[in-house]
Design a protein around this ligand. Structure first.
Ligand SMILES: Nc1ncnc2c1ncn2[C@@H]1O[C@H](COP(=O)(O)OP(=O)(O)OP(=O)(O)O)[C@@H](O)[C@H]1O
Ligand SMILES: [Mg+2]
Length: 656
């Protein structure tokens, strides 16, 4: 350290001057520019490099004597705000003048006392690094600006050497008077525990290992010392290093494992979702009370209302969650569910209960039909268009992992758990699934109804358009009215394009149904109809005009099944026909059915059975039968058509 004449200046002139200090001692101004933590390192460097422990002790003693007189001095004490402990610790060396000031600052010997080998307790105040300057409440704020509560930002600066408990991050500015007297030095800096010290090893494990902590499993006993044949008989075998405490075992309800198993992008990690909610199972429930226009259709509603017509399953049903995506295979991830084939064995569909849960049937209403709805059409809808099939779980849909995740996160969860704050965006009530024929769009629609615990109404565009526009309109209106009357309900409209006219030809029935469809979508999924989700599917998305397209808040591309998914679909279909192929045969079949949709794979198996003349299944199907059927059944979607889906997805789809 080099001294300059400025060091000989009285301390009360320091605020007006800058120290020209070279070597490892920075000027106070420089000190203030240091990043958090830098100051402490600098202290150590200075102390170690330039003074010995004896010097430090002498200085300490000297200052103590000097400042005891200074503090009683009648001079007005200059502000220390611009310097803080920096000037005090680094610049006071050799100061001949007494320190003026009427107030008694906390004694400072902390830096030196905190160093090994120095004398402690000279000042009778705090020990350890930086105790009193930080605690002094009369310090002006600028030095400590940066603390969130306006108080001293001591926590980051003294993080390493300072007891975290003494200055918690939430520490706020207090007046000096409000501060309790500083605790004795022994409390601030207790002696290091045996075995832990600056010269000792970084960690010392207790010889007997750690005692079991509450919440942690009991630690396994340390392994016995390995046999040491290489040691002479007089030498003991080396004691094995104690095992560090194992990581906390995952809570049994989560089955948490490493992110590598998740296999799904963290994009969808939904940090806002609790783990419990994420894997909560949703079940069919009785439908809710009728909507405004359906007062004559009473419905029981004993469940917890989510405020949107869709309700989560009660917590008691959480045990079913393991089969949600994996067909019975327990889930092992906490993040986004893994939909990959590794969790979907799909050898056969997961066992369903013999009697599927009722899905809120659409009994013909007894009272007055909703206003403006044709009673005959309503009866037709409620008797013929309600899907009473078995529930479809996520695991029942082979492949489509990313799509299933997207549907769940962007549609199912928001519907089941509507935003808590008023003014937040309304969860989407319409979704368009587009893709090649037989790709599983309707299957996914059914699955959505299952996941939402909603009744399912199925309409086909071609069916609605066939009888003529007037009849089609009545049916359409009746279907929406029925769904609104019995929320939660999913209205699945397949072949949506059949209702529209790409050529704007409103003379045809299809073209004439476009306006009623838009009106129904606006009314049925508008603000007043919270319990209805409309799922439209089409294999001709280009036929949708912009008005219709915009009515569907979400638009997802349902792709053809990939190899593993084809294998799963084939296995399931063949198992139903009593056919069990070898692994090689199945792999060859999967290879040979590239470009097939799920529906076409089913047709292939039926064709094989028909070709083998096996209506009664006297003998199981063989690979040869399937090979023969492959000559007759092929993929319908051309590469050009598939490209057009990709293009449309890029332009209007949501990607996944
Ligand atoms: N990913 C899949 N997993 C299991 N089965 C599937 C899958 N995709 C399709 N299927 C089966 O293929 C058949 C046709 O599926 P679906 O009716 O859902 O197709 P789609 O896309 O709606 O066809 P379309 O465009 O002709 O209406 C159904 O029996 C369905 O179970
Ligand atoms: Mg379909």
């Amino acid at each position: 350290m080099h001294w300059t004449p400025e060091h000989a200046q009285p301390l009360n002139q320091w605020p007006e001057q800058h120290l020209d200090v070279s070597s490892t001692t920075p000027s106070p101004a420089h000190k203030l520019e240091l990043p958090p933590g830098g100051r402490q390192r600098c202290h150590y460097a200075w102390a170690h490099d330039d003074i010995s422990a004896l010097t430090a002790s002498n200085l300490l003693k000297r200052y103590a004597e000097k400042y005891s007189g200074v503090l009683d001095s009648p001079y007005e004490r200059p502000t220390l705000g611009g310097y803080g402990d920096a000037a005090f610790l680094n610049g006071a060396k050799g100061d001949p003048e007494p320190w003026p000031g009427p107030e008694t600052p906390y004694p400072l010997a902390s830096l030196h006392e905190g160093l090994p080998g120095t004398k402690s307790g000279t000042g009778g105040g705090s020990g350890g690094l930086g105790g009193s300057p930080v605690l002094a409440g009369n310090l002006p704020e600028p030095l400590y600006a940066g603390n969130a509560c306006g108080g001293p930002s001591a926590a980051p600066e003294y993080a390493a050497g300072y007891g975290g408990g003494y200055l918690a991050p939430g520490y706020c500015t207090q007046t000096g008077a409000a501060l309790p007297p500083p605790p004795p030095a022994a409390l601030l800096q207790p002696p290091p525990p045996p075995g832990y010290g600056p010269s000792g090893p970084l960690y010392n494990y207790p010889a007997g290992g750690y005692a079991a902590q509450p919440g942690y499993g009991t630690l396994p006993p340390p392994p016995a010392p390995p046999p040491a044949p290489y040691l002479t008989s007089g030498l003991a075998a080396p004691t094995p290093l104690p095992t560090p405490a194992p990581s906390r075992p995952p809570p049994s309800s989560y089955g948490f494992q490493g992110a590598s198993e998740a296999g799904v992008s963290l994009k969808r990690k939904a940090a806002d979702e609790g783990a419990e909610g994420r894997y909560r199972k949703y079940a069919f429930e009785p439908t809710k009370a009728p909507a405004a226009d359906g007062a004559s259709y009473p419905a029981a509603d004993n469940g917890e209302c989510r405020g949107n017509g869709f309700r989560a399953k009660p917590p008691g049903a959480a045990e079913e969650a393991s089969g949600k995506y994996s067909g019975g295979v327990p889930l092992k991830v906490l993040g986004s569910p893994v939909y990959g084939p590794q969790l979907e064995p799909f050898e056969k569909f997961p066992e369903r209960s013999p009697a599927p849960a009722p899905r809120g049937g659409f009994a013909v209403p007894s009272g007055e039909p909703p206003k403006g709805v044709d009673p005959g059409a309503l009866e037709l809808v409620t008797s013929k268009m309600v899907d009473c099939g078995p529930p479809v779980q996520w695991a029942d849909v082979a492949g489509q992992g990313a799509l299933k995740a997207a549907l769940e996160e962007e549609l199912v969860w928001p519907l089941l758990r509507p935003p808590a704050y008023p003014g937040s965006p309304r969860p989407p009530r319409t979704v368009l699934l587009f893709g090649p024929r037989g790709a599983g769009k309707a299957l996914l629609g059914r699955c959505l109804a299952t996941q939402l615990g909603a009744a399912l109404l199925r309409l086909r565009g071609a069916t609605l358009a066939a009888p003529g526009s007037a009849e089609g309109t009545r049916l359409l209106q009746a279907a929406f009215a029925a769904a609104r009357c019995r929320p939660p309900a999913v209205l699945l409209i397949s072949e949506l394009d059949a209702l529209l006219s790409a050529r704007e030809d409103s003379a045809t029935a299809a073209g004439a149904l476009q306006a009623p469809l838009l009106a129904c979508l606006d009314g049925g999924c508008g603000a007043g109809a919270d319990g209805v989700l409309v799922v439209g599917t089409t294999s001709r998305p280009a036929a949708l005009d912009e008005a219709t397209r915009r009515r569907f808040a979400l638009r997802f591309y349902v792709t053809l099944p990939d190899g593993p998914a084809r294998g799963q679909i084939l296995q399931r279909a063949l198992a139903q026909q009593g056919c069990a192929l070898s692994e090689r045969e199945l792999a060859a079949l999967v290879q040979g059915t590239q470009g097939f949709s799920g529906g076409e794979l089913g047709q292939l198996c039926q064709q094989a059975a028909a070709g083998a003349g096996l209506p009664g299944l006297q003998r199981p199907l063989s690979y040869k039968d399937l090979e023969a059927a492959l000559a007759k059944v092929g993929p319908r979607a051309s590469p050009k058509e598939l490209d057009s889906f990709v293009e449309w997805d890029k332009m209007y789809g949501f990607g996944h």
